[in-house]
Design a protein around this ligand. Structure first.
Ligand SMILES: CC(=O)SCCNC(=O)CCNC(=O)[C@H](O)C(C)(C)COP(=O)(O)OP(=O)(O)OC[C@H]1O[C@@H](n2cnc3c(N)ncnc32)[C@H](O)[C@@H]1OP(=O)(O)O
Ligand SMILES: N[C@@H](CCO)C(=O)O
Length: 351
């Protein structure tokens, strides 16, 4: 499926007051908008993914999966700052004629959503039947449901939070420290900061998985060696894998964007902001997630008015939201049945 580009040829004003002279957004669609225009499924992707949701969320999105083009009009847009078709630090700044690199303005989750809104308008989408996302994708989805409560009918938030935690910010800062020790990052070249990015991904993986995941997937078969461990090889491999498909500048900016996520900013606090959501909402938490602990999703559930909570039991930790497509399908099937039982756990509200 090829990625299309939407060009917004006017200044795009950011939450900070700064602006981009123009904006490009890479996006994919699957299926067709029906006559009633009520079959839209909009996916907000996480940190390093792209708009081809059929590629990275296989088993959940596909010809014969829960979300399929026969029933749904599926849209996924590459997020602001990411290098898969959308304006990002490696794009040419039309004002200077050179790539932005570190002159790219800092942006927020709200700015990413503002870009999604422009694209939705361009595609003639008035109503979003189901808006969903995990992690940074869930941060966008919750923001959007607050920014346009009437437009979003159903909302699915997975392994995400209402405000990024000090713990999450500390992980991101540690990754940026790794990038900043790589002097090539300041050289303004497309491959600047590659070694730093590799170290950053290695740090990030520790938060995406956990002790148990490594204990099982990276267990040594032999016990008589003193170096060259599987876990070490895995960290190197994963770091290189990201370096080969991403860039340090986008990673730097997107990690800052995650840090500033706070649905309560300028809205009289987080609880007040969440109370504005009108969509019927499914919040899914992963028990083994150390980056977005399940308490964060329980909090969302407690404060989003029409919400249901489900626990996803995965041994993968945070990345379980990308991997456990079978369980996700079961949970969502239950959510959309009128009789909400089975894997859906309805918690008692405290307020
Ligand atoms: C253009 C593109 O590439 S699109 C990229 C799409 N990526 C995204 O959308 C981002 C979201 N996705 C992700 O974060 C990840 O892909 C996840 C979480 C879904 C899955 O992670 P994966 O890396 O596929 O799985 P996992 O952690 O099990 O690692 C498996 C890989 O590590 C390798 N590996 C496992 N153990 C070791 C080891 N000890 N030493 C070296 N390599 C190892 C495997 O051979 C495998 O390699 P492969 O990816 O080349 O097949
Ligand atoms: N593994 C995810 C980040 C975790 O939310 C990604 O690379 O996009």
């Amino acid at each position: 499926m090829s990625t299309e580009i939407f060009k917004y040829e006017k200044p795009f004003k950011l939450e900070s007051g700064k602006e981009l002279a123009e904006l490009e957004i890479g996006f994919n669609t699957y299926g067709t908008l029906n006559k009633n225009r009520d079959n839209v499924v909009w996916v907000c992707h996480a940190l390093t993914a792209n708009s081809d949701v059929f590629d990275w969320w296989k088993g959940f999105f596909g010809e014969n999966d829960y979300f399929n083009p026969k029933e749904h009009f599926i849209v996924c847009a590459n997020i602001l700052g990411s290098p898969y078709g959308t304006s990002n630090p490696l794009s040419i700044n039309p004002v200077t004629g050179h790539p932005y690199y570190l002159a790219f303005p800092q942006f927020t989750i709200r700015d990413i959503v503002k870009g999604h809104q422009l694209l939705a308008d361009h595609l003639g989408i008035k109503e979003i039947g189901i808006l969903l996302g995990g992690s940074l994708g869930g941060q966008q989805a919750s923001e959007w449901a607050i920014m346009e409560p009437e437009r979003i009918k159903n909302l699915i938030l997975i392994a995400t939070n209402a405000r990024h935690s000090p713990w999450g910010i500390a992980f991101n800062e540690s990754q940026r420290l790794a990038i900043s020790t790589d002097r090539t990052f300041y050289a303004n070249a497309p491959d600047g900061g590659k070694k730093g990015l590799k170290a950053a991904r290695s740090i990030a993986l520790l938060s995406y998985r956990n002790y148990k995941t490594y204990g099982i997937t990276q267990q040594e078969e032999k016990d008589n060696h003193v170096d060259g461990y599987k876990a070490a090889s895995y960290q190197n491999y994963q770091g290189e894998k990201l370096v080969n498909r991403f860039n340090a500048y986008s990673y730097w900016y997107l990690s800052k964007t995650m840090d500033s996520h706070n649905v309560g900013r300028n809205r009289h606090g987080v609880e007040k902001a969440l109370s504005l959501i009108k969509a019927r909402t499914l919040v899914i938490g992963i028990k083994s997630d150390v980056l977005f602990p399940i308490e964060e999703q329980q909090y969302l559930f407690q404060h989003i008015p029409k919400s249901v909570f489900a626990e996803l039991d995965s041994f993968y930790g945070h990345d379980g939201f990308l991997i456990e497509t079978g369980v996700l399908t079961n949970i969502i099937t239950s959510f959309f049945k009128t009789d909400v039982k089975g894997k859906i756990i309805e918690l008692q509200r405290t307020a």
